[in-house]
Design a protein around this ligand. Structure first.
Ligand SMILES: [Mg+2]
Ligand SMILES: [Zn+2]
Length: 221
């Protein structure tokens, strides 16, 4: 078996719910809804859509937004055991997230360190929240609007002989899933995999993820 490398999404995968959606539901004016729909039906790029949604939020609400998002987030069952499992088997675990630094880093902190954590960055220096994308698309990305470009990150990190495992739940994982050796999916990513005939294994918690990796790659506890 080739050495596996895991690329795991954050929002809706490590956390039960999508934290950007939670923030928008609580703090954004109704204009955020057509933006979200545009991202999901791929008429608007993720990069543009996320920037547009956060531009609806005043920086004066910064403290309230941060404390709300941190207190409402729930970590999915089995994630701590899963992190221990990857460490025990020396499987690199990269977190690749279209989420934002101010909630991704604090929520992951109790479980780290990881092989790497990639996410978008927030800027509170203006009137409304500005999002920076330090991990944009490389020239090979066919989307060019990912925001945090998961396929570009995977291309940089993946060694030739490694087996890539992508774990995710939504549209931001699709480009990565198209190129992965093993896709472990839930929710909207399952619908997209079905639609595009991408083989996947479904999961609802991280104990199932460990079982899938065990049985598919022969990693034994
Ligand atoms: Mg997600
Ligand atoms: Zn991209």
């Amino acid at each position: 078996m080739d050495k596996p490398i895991i690329f795991c999404d954050f929002d809706g995968t490590i956390t039960d719910q999508d934290n950007i959606i939670a923030i928008m539901k609580k703090f954004a004016p109704p204009e955020w809804l057509p933006v979200k729909d545009g991202v999901l039906d791929q008429t608007l790029s993720i990069r543009e859509g996320v920037a547009k949604m956060f531009s609806l939020l005043p920086v004066s609400a910064k403290d309230e937004i941060i404390s709300y998002v941190l207190q409402q987030a729930q970590i999915r069952e089995g994630f701590g055991d899963f992190v221990a499992y990857t460490k025990k088997h020396n499987i690199p675990l990269y977190i690749v997230s279209g989420g934002i630094d101010f909630f991704v880093h604090p929520l992951l902190e109790p479980f780290g360190p990881f092989a790497g954590v990639y996410c978008n960055e927030s800027d509170f220096s203006g009137d409304t929240i500005l999002i920076h994308y330090p991990h944009g698309c490389d020239s090979e990305c066919t989307s060019q609007g990912c925001g945090c470009c998961k396929p570009s990150i995977i291309r940089t990190l993946l060694k030739n002989d490694a087996t890539s495992i992508v774990i995710g739940d939504s549209i931001t994982d699709l480009e990565a899933a198209k190129r992965a050796d093993l896709v472990i999916a839930r929710d909207f990513l399952i619908e997209k995999c079905e639609e595009l005939n991408i083989p996947y294994e479904p999961f609802t918690n991280f104990h199932e993820v460990m079982d899938i990796i065990d049985s598919r790659l022969g990693v034994k506890l």
